[in-house]
Design a protein around this ligand. Structure first.
Ligand SMILES: NC(=O)c1ccc[n+]([C@@H]2O[C@H](COP(=O)([O-])OP(=O)(O)OC[C@H]3O[C@@H](n4cnc5c(N)ncnc54)[C@H](O)[C@@H]3O)[C@@H](O)[C@H]2O)c1
Length: 331
């Protein structure tokens, strides 16, 4: 068990079978589980068996498209129809899409209700389920409507990952590689020297500890927390314009932000050989630039980027859009 020491604090239960802890965290009011139609039914049946009869379920279509104003409105309509009030509770059961969407509904419905996050993808177990960032996409811009709203608890059940397709697993592990690069050289060392499959539980644990430490020091991203965006500025640009998964795009974004050629070559080898992401990519620079200028870390003059030249040492740097886009030549 990991304790997230914020105000209020919350538990992160991390183990195979963590979902069994759910009854201890639910409130006595109404419950709505929000999930997506890509999650195997066996997981949903297992979850519902732990919850009181009469628990409601709302299923969104799988994929980034659910993180939209329409997706948000549909859930809020359902909450009104079911008569949900502030002392009722939502349970996010899915990947980062379901977590971000549920969190945003929970943050705003009746000015905020509780939610429990049960992440079911590698990306959401490693990164997105903790830290309280919630968001939906709007007018083609990623995560542009959102706020901070911490969950009541996070249950990271590593056994649920057994049904995840390999591409989704490696996609999520990119966020763990990022955590090692910015903050924990021992975690980076696992990626470089040890077999990944045998070390997934430890990789998730160390990644969560990195995020916990950073978020506890800077919950609202006033300074230090910006390092978690390593690879994300160019990554978001590539994700939107090249149709990549989030982690895959961040992998390319990180390569662009390593000035030291030797370290860049080491990271490239990990991305290719251990995370099975093709290091060659074609993209339209103008389309990526258009996305970067909408980045939340940007203003009219430029953008704050994160660079790493030694594992565990991240630095923030303010650059012009032209300079930022020039780093794409490193791919
Ligand atoms: N809030 C944050 O701090 C934060 C951080 C990083 C990323 N994100 C967001 O996370 C999202 C991406 O999340 P993701 O990578 O989890 O993708 P996702 O939520 O789209 O899930 C990927 C796919 O896996 C399926 N799936 C989920 N669990 C499964 C399981 N156990 N077995 C089989 N299939 C399963 C889903 O149905 C979906 O089709 C993006 O929208 C990104 O912006 C948020």
């Amino acid at each position: 068990m990991i304790k997230m020491n914020l105000n209020p604090s919350y538990d992160i239960v991390l183990r195979a079978g963590a979902i069994d802890a759910l009854p201890a965290y639910i409130s006595s009011g109404k419950l709505l589980v929000i999930t997506d139609d890509g999650l195997p039914q066996a997981h949903i049946d297992r979850l519902l068996a732990l919850l009181p009869a009469g628990t409601h379920v709302f299923t969104v279509k799988q994929g980034e498209g659910a993180k939209s104003l329409d997706g948000y409105a549909a859930i809020c309509e359902e909450l009104l129809r079911l008569g949900f009030h502030r002392d009722d509770m939502l349970i996010a059961f899915g990947g980062g899409v379901v977590g971000d969407l549920t969190g945003f509904v929970a943050a705003t419905y009746m000015r905020g209700i509780s939610f429990i996050n049960i992440p079911t993808t590698a990306l959401s177990q490693i990164d997105s389920s903790i830290g309280g960032k919630t968001a939906i996409n709007f007018c083609g811009t990623k995560n542009v409507l959102g706020c901070f709203h911490q969950p009541r608890a996070v249950l990271v059940d590593t056994a649920i990952l057994s049904s995840l397709p390999a591409r989704q697993l490696y996609n999520g592990l990119v966020e763990a590689l990022k955590a090692g690069l910015i903050y924990d050289s021992a975690l980076f060392e696992i990626f470089e020297s040890l077999p990944i499959q045998e070390n997934i539980n430890e990789i998730i644990r160390l990644s969560l500890l990195v995020k916990k430490d950073v978020v506890e020091k800077d919950e609202k991203e006033q300074g230090l927390r910006k390092i978690l965006n390593f690879g994300h500025t160019i990554g978001h640009g590539l994700e939107s314009s090249c149709g990549l998964l989030h982690g895959e795009a961040v992998a390319y974004g990180m390569l662009c932000m390593i000035d030291d050629e030797a370290l860049r070559a080491r990271v490239k080898r990990i991305i290719q050989d251990k995370l099975h992401i093709n290091a060659a990519i074609s993209f339209d620079k103008a389309a990526v630039l258009a996305e970067i200028s909408k980045d939340k870390k940007a203003d009219t003059d430029g953008v704050t980027i994160v660079t790493v030249n030694k594992p565990s040492e991240a630095k923030l740097r303010r650059v012009s859009f032209d300079e930022c886009i020039s780093y794409l030549d490193r791919l």
